[in-house]
Design a protein around this ligand. Structure first.
Ligand SMILES: Cc1cc2nc3c(=O)[nH]c(=O)nc-3n(C[C@H](O)[C@H](O)[C@H](O)COP(=O)(O)OP(=O)(O)OC[C@H]3O[C@@H](n4cnc5c(N)ncnc54)[C@H](O)[C@@H]3O)c2cc1C
Length: 414
């Protein structure tokens, strides 16, 4: 399956900071992490910093799968509104899910302060809005529920706000805290550099093709494609969407292809308050963020990907659908910020990637009973980065014998 296509901003702007060697021997360790995207990197960082012997193995190149295509919007708000989440799991679980994401933004900021790179982390307000009058009632309910539970929200209508926003807003929730942006590729490498300093061993071009999880005969180990074994107390699976193949009898959500275009830098954008993160209520929705070098990323226009053999899941750059979705994003950008008069030649990067939605917007973190010594840290859904940070903390606690009740929010049987 082809996960990413096109010219991704993050890897186009950064040459590979470090190449790790491949594994050529058997190893014994306390924890082995499979997968070297952001989930694996943050998990390796947490475990190594806690003084636990850690090995990370990556099939190909560090950070070169979903991580490099990530829009990397960090938001406390989840794709499933708090009102909907309440109707699915009750108010406590809904508020806790939002709160964990809210806290994870500050946690990530603190983690980045320990790294040798600022990873372009930046805090930003975020706007969730609709231009349609019909949406105002339910958006207001969502706003009231969030406000009642202490989230820092402001109600927005563009009649009062045409100074701040250049596009029509029938109703919107402006969150003044709990959001930001980051460069996911630089973050992945910076975390691994720090993990390595703390003693972690990292291997690239090392494909794990077998997992043995039979503790009765002391055989918790993974085996590489070249037959080397890594024996460990615990295995942490951070293989992103590939992990779906390990989970039996359950669909972990559905795959869509999502599209991103990135402009040249625009130091001034009239009608874009604080260069905030923007998300509309359309289905599929459109999302917008700024970069540190003042580009605009606009994404969305998702199409359902279907199964492994479907044409869309393996979309190639020549497919006319790709150009069509990029053009739609450009038209949306022109509508949002008409004064910029963005032209096709102002678009400097465009790419599309598979993305896994879950039915409740929440990730999968924890264990399954048929792999008793495996932990899973799967940041499915659009809060993936914050989710895998939360996951890495919950799994470290679990390893150290402290099982958090928060794991119940993210378990596989839901
Ligand atoms: C298009 C897109 C947009 C996104 N936007 C956002 C966003 O705005 N905000 C947000 O918070 N999140 C977003 N996410 C999600 C977020 O980027 C991810 O959750 C995060 O990057 C973590 O990815 P990962 O490490 O789980 O997966 P990946 O980056 O895919 O890493 C998994 C790694 O495992 C390796 N691997 C697989 N199988 C094996 C094996 N057998 N042996 C060894 N290695 C193996 C792969 O090679 C790969 O490098 C987005 C994701 C996508 C795809």
């Amino acid at each position: 399956m082809r996960y990413v296509a096109g010219n991704c901003l993050w890897t186009a702007q950064t040459t590979i900071p470090k190449q790790y060697s491949y594994l050529t021997t058997d190893l014994q360790t306390e924890v082995v992490i499979v997968g070297g995207g952001l989930a694996g990197a943050i998990t390796a960082y947490q475990f190594a910093k806690a003084g636990i012997q850690t090995v990370l193995v990556e099939r190909t190149i560090i950070g070169y799968l979903s991580t490099r295509a990530s829009t990397s919007i960090l938001q406390y708000e989840i794709d499933t509104n708090m009102v909907q989440l309440q109707s699915m799991y009750g108010i406590d679980a809904a508020v806790r899910s939002f709160q964990l994401c809210f806290d994870a933004v500050s946690d990530l900021e603190k983690v980045i302060q320990t790294l040798d790179d600022d990873c372009e982390f930046s805090r930003s307000p975020c706007l969730y809005y609709s231009p349609k009058k019909n949406d105002v009632r339910w958006l207001e309910r969502e706003f009231n529920l969030r406000r009642k539970h202490g989230f820092p929200v402001e109600w927005i209508q563009s009649e009062q706000d045409n100074e701040r926003f250049s596009f029509p807003i029938a109703g919107g929730i402006l969150s003044t805290d709990g959001a930001g942006t980051v460069n996911p590729y630089r973050l992945t490498h910076a975390l691994l550099r720090e993990a390595e300093k703390a003693g972690a061993k990292i291997y690239e071009n090392t494909d794990i093709d077998k997992i043995y999880d039979e503790p009765s005969n002391g055989q918790t180990k993974v085996t590489t494609q070249h037959g080397f074994h890594i024996t460990a107390k615990k295995i942490v699976i951070c293989t992103g969407y590939e992990a779906k193949n390990l989970i039996r009898g359950q669909r972990l959500g559905s795959l869509a292809r999502t599209f991103n275009i990135v402009t040249k830098p625009y130091p001034e954008v009239p009608g874009w308050y604080d260069r905030c993160i923007i998300r509309d209520t359309d289905e599929p929705y459109t999302y917008v963020r700024s970069t540190n070098d003042q580009r605009i990323i606009i994404g969305g226009e998702d199409v359902n990907a279907g199964g492994v053999s479907s044409k869309i899941s393996n979309l190639d750059d020549e497919d006319p659908l790709v150009e069509q979705q990029y053009n739609r994003l450009l038209a949306k950008l022109q509508e949002l910020f008409p004064q910029l008069q963005v032209q096709p030649s102002d678009i400097e990067f465009q790419y599309h990637a598979l993305f896994n939605n879950t039915k409740d917007g929440l990730p999968f973190i924890g264990q399954v009973d048929y792999y008793p010594n495996c932990y899973f840290n799967l940041g499915y859904g659009s809060n993936g980065i914050l989710s895998v940070l939360t996951g890495s903390k919950l799994l470290l606690d679990l390893y150290q014998g402290k099982k958090s009740p928060d794991l119940d929010l993210f378990h596989f049987q839901r």
